[in-house]
Design a protein around this ligand. Structure first.
Ligand SMILES: O=C(O)c1[nH]c(=O)[nH]c(=O)c1I
Length: 308
């Protein structure tokens, strides 16, 4: 059984990654990921031009069927993560970047273009927890404008992190925009934005910022994640890879993401629940499923979801 996968020309021994934001903010956390078996590649916490404290605590809350977070984009700043990927990385790493304005995104990516970094970058267009800021990728025209400007100067590998869509026409619209650009990949989904959890005993919300509204992750988002992976795989040019993120808690969920077309699969909430040992468990479970079904490689079943 061969779990190897390709990350923009680099062969990975496992198709599994961490979801950006989970265990990837500090040098210690990034080193932990580098030393985690069955984690084929890793993604950094989305970096902004300036370091950010993020939202006040409580800002992450574990739920029976997933999680809710309102982190608010805390990160050590773009310079720190650029230095990490240039000087420290020992495992294939995707640099995640974000911005609070289109202008900041352009500034950051112009600096990245001028830097020595030649590796993969992921532009986060979907952070749901910045007070007063929309998730950019829900505005198709604005997304088109930003990507048009970015690709007027950016020539290195670049993908985007997308929010979940919930309407087939929206899948059509975002795919029509993305297919215009030489993207290496889309990473779908980000958390389901602006969910709300109620603590019955205390009769109150569980996260502080935005009155308790926060992004949802974990097993409750799996059907939405699978739909977005499948819909975008069906619509995007073959040259654009699909990284599936959302709702993975078992080998079966990894299998389902790949069956829907995912080239690689990220795990977030379950790492918060189980720790980095989850990757060994997921790899073993996936191999057992493949053996039972007679599949030798991921390509044997990738994208081959059958309709009725
Ligand atoms: O609140 C966050 O930091 C955050 N939380 C998310 O669930 N997705 C994101 O892209 C981000 I940037």
């Amino acid at each position: 059984i061969d779990l190897s996968a390709d990350l923009f020309g680099q062969t990975l021994t496992s198709p599994l990654l961490n979801a950006s934001g989970v265990h990837c903010q500090t040098k210690e956390e990034l080193n932990d990921l580098a030393n985690t078996s069955n984690l084929g590649a890793m993604v950094t916490k989305s970096a902004t031009l300036q370091a950010r404290e993020g939202n006040p605590n409580p800002r992450y809350y574990d739920l029976e069927n997933g999680s809710i977070n309102s982190m608010g984009l805390p990160n050590l700043g773009y310079d720190f993560y650029l230095d990490y990927v240039l000087q420290e990385q020992t495992k294939p790493t995707i640099l995640s970047v974000a911005a609070l304005s289109a202008a900041d995104a352009i500034t950051l990516l112009k600096d990245l273009q001028a830097s020595d970094y030649q590796g993969p970058t992921e532009l986060n267009l979907s952070c749901p927890n910045i007070v007063g800021e929309p998730q950019l990728a829900y505005d198709f025209e604005a997304t088109d404008r930003v990507l048009n400007e970015v690709f007027s100067f950016y020539t290195k590998p670049l993908g985007v992190k997308l929010p979940p869509y919930f309407d087939l026409v929206h899948f059509d619209k975002i795919a029509a925009v993305l297919n215009k650009y030489p993207l290496t990949h889309v990473n779908t989904i980000n958390s389901i934005g602006n969910g709300l959890w109620v603590d019955i005993d205390q009769e109150q919300v569980v996260t502080k910022a935005k009155g308790g509204f926060g992004g949802l992750g974990g097993t409750m988002v799996l059907p939405t994640a699978l739909a977005n992976v499948r819909a975008l795989r069906q619509r995007l040019n073959d040259s654009i890879k699909v990284l599936g993120t959302g709702g993975v808690t078992s080998g079966e969920d990894v299998f389902a993401h790949i069956l829907c077309g995912a080239d690689l699969v990220s795990v977030g909430t379950q790492v918060m629940k189980e720790g980095l040992g989850v990757y060994d468990r997921l790899a073993e479970e996936l191999k057992a499923i493949m053996a039972e079904k007679g599949y030798q490689t991921l390509a044997d079943f990738r994208g081959k979801l059958k309709e009725l």
